[in-house]
Design a protein around this ligand. Structure first.
Ligand code: FAD
Length: 562
């Protein structure tokens, strides 16, 4: 097998001239997972993404690799069981990206007493979580006293706090996970991956079977020859199905979720917390992340443009009311340094209840022409979804045309790019003239490949300087992103390869010109092209800020504690 380069021009050339066993539409976690699953079974695979990898929902999640305690409370034991098994695999296969995260579930009551029914329900849910797979991480839940709960989150209102539960889940940077899956598929298993390639049509052979994917890229249109197609276009899946089936199946029910970021000193939680939302039957996560804490998510029906979901003033009010009811420091709009909004690609069901109650399971649909559409699911369960999808492609679409040995998925034990060599990165820091803090930061984003980033710093120590002042990302990450991770714009670098925009939107916008100047030589940009990419990023930031009715909040002010 020839291994593909993770390089866009080479990928485009191959897409034009070669015939594939499978073309995957959509470079979110689902499509990336399908490409890796199929390529590692020996299929010749291409993946096309119309914007950037993970630019859809897969960069806007709560970033938890979890079973979801609440799905257990909803009775979806199968989903939780599957998700916890996937969590375990990811902790092994991507230890550089997926980290164990303890959670506090504080319990409130009146007069120091928790209502017996609630205590019983929570106790049962906690044991259920351990039994469905939580125990695999080697740590069982435990009850904590009021003072222990306050040690984990000193800003909880002590008055009605009675005690709490401690349990374990995991978290990962969703965008980095997607890029790692894409790069593993290409660099280890030969898949051809390209971003900024939009599917505009599908072609069929004389027997009515799909045999080509027409795409637009760089102002040109061409058709990729293929024997099978997977539609992993998330909330856009119906649009792709319309290209194939001729009518809009209207099968999706997008549900919007938003998060906001505030300085950690206002919350001071040392572990994640699950807090109740006043006057709602929901709770939200409060997740510490370095000098920040992010809070989310909402879960609401969405009927706006699926191309532009935004965090609104109402969303902000909802999350502020939740945190302020559970935190002694009052957090205001002026403390919010970042927001993000995404759409869950949920599948419609007969029930018209709340989106929060809709199943997070996945659905596979095969059209008369053989296009296999995968929708629903979760970031956590992407591997399992991918295996099911490729099983369908191999058995129902390719049949005898599938390569030998392609019947079974091999991804359960497949380690992602960066997993190897990850543990020893920090020990190597001194040899590259890099501080342990920078090496740690890089190890947890690039795994073993952090050595390549550190080697750039050794050659040019200015690349260890911050990419955005006030945030931990270094300039070398931007260079690595455009050289090796197919980043093509300031937005790719600041929104997804690094997450600067999520933790400091105004500061990221202010750094846009400098970032554009840094990556311009790598991308062969003129000064005007660099300025345009920076301006485009600033416009995205302004649009996001204005939709939420917020002002620019700079980190220098927000992070100052006195
Ligand atoms: P997407 O990531 O949207 O990918 C689809 C891709 O298809 C897009 O990149 C799009 O550009 C591309 N595309 C569309 N049309 C075309 C075309 N014509 N040509 C080429 N490409 C095209 N799950 C968890 O497990 N844990 C969590 O903590 C969690 N939190 C969440 C919080 C929120 C607020 C939301 C919204 C979801 C959350 N999820 C979570 C769910 C998870 O994020 C999603 O299930 C997952 O990211 C969906 O991935 P996807 O690849 O199916 O869709």
């Amino acid at each position: 097998m020839t291994l593909a380069a993770f390089e866009r021009a080479t990928s485009l050339d191959r897409l034009r001239h070669e015939t594939f066993d499978l073309v995957v539409i959509g470079g979110g976690v689902t499509g990336a997972g399908v490409a890796l699953d199929a390529a590692s079974r020996g299929l010749k695979v291409a993946l096309v993404e119309r914007d950037d990898f993970s630019s859809g929902t897969s960069s806007k999640s709560s970033k938890l690799i979890h079973g979801g305690l609440r799905y257990l409370q909803q009775g979806d034991v199968k989903l939780v069981y599957e998700a916890l098994a996937e969590r375990q695999r990811l902790l092994t296969n991507a230890p550089h990206l997926v980290k164990l995260l303890p959670f506090l579930l504080p319990m409130f009551g009146k007069g120091g007493v928790i209502p017996a029914k609630i205590a019983r329900l929570l106790g049962t849910a906690m044991w259920g979580y351990d039994l469905t797979g939580g125990f695999k991480v080697g740590k069982l839940h435990k009850r904590v006293t009021k003072s222990e709960a306050l040690e984990y989150m000193p800003t909880l209102p002590a008055k009605n706090l009675v005690s709490g539960y401690l349990y374990f889940d995991a978290a990962a940077d969703d965008s980095r996970l997607v890029v790692a899956i894409c790069r593993t598929a290409a660099l280890h298993h030969g898949a051809v991956m390209a971003n900024r390639v939009t599917v505009t049509g599908l072609t069929q052979g004389a027997a009515g079977n799909v045999n080509g994917v027409t795409v637009a890229a760089d102002g040109d249109e061409f058709t990729i020859a293929t024997n099978a197609v997977v539609n992993a276009a998330g909330v856009w899946a119906d649009r792709v199905r319309t290209l194939d089936e001729g009518t809009d199946p209207d099968s999706m029910r997008p549900a919007k979720g938003v998060h906001l970021t505030v300085p950690h000193h206002l919350v001071r939680n040392t572990i994640a917390a699950v807090i109740p939302v006043p006057k709602d039957r929901r709770s939200v996560f409060v997740v510490p992340h370095g000098e920040f804490t992010y809070i989310g998510t909402t879960d609401t029906d969405y009927d706006g443009s699926i191309d532009d979901p935004q965090c609104t003033e109402d969303d902000i009010d909802y999350l502020l009311s939740a945190i302020n009811a559970n935190n002694v420091n009052t957090i205001t709009r002026d403390d919010i340094v970042g927001t993000w909004a995404g759409l869950r690609p949920l599948v419609k069901s007969a029930s018209s209840g709340r989106t929060a109650d809709l199943s997070r399971g996945h659905n596979i649909h095969r059209s008369p022409s053989g296009v296999v559409t995968i929708t629903g699911g979760k970031l956590t369960t992407y591997r399992h979804m991918a295996a099911d999808t490729v099983d369908e492609v191999v058995s129902e679409v390719l049949g005898a045309r599938a390569p030998r040995g392609a019947k079974r998925s091999v991804t359960k034990k497949l380690r992602l790019r960066g997993a190897d060599g990850y543990q020893s990165v920090t020990a190597a820091a001194r040899g590259y003239g890099v501080t342990n803090a920078v090496a740690d930061h890089l190890a947890n984003r690039f795994g073993g490949e952090a050595r390549a980033v550190m080697a750039m710093i050794k050659d040019d120590p200015t690349l260890a300087e911050p990419l955005v002042p006030g945030l931990p990302y270094v300039r070398a990450e931007a260079i690595f992103a455009v050289r090796h991770e197919m980043a093509r714009s300031v937005d790719d670098v600041l929104s997804r390869r690094t997450r600067a925009r999520l933790y400091g939107r105004a500061d990221s916008a202010a750094a846009a010109d400098a970032v554009a100047e840094l990556i311009a030589p790598e991308l062969g940009w003129s000064a005007a092209e660099a300025a345009a990419s920076a301006a485009e990023f600033r416009a995205l930031c302004e649009h996001e800020r204005d939709a939420a009715g917020l002002e620019d909040v700079l980190l220098g002010t927000a992070l100052a504690t006195v």
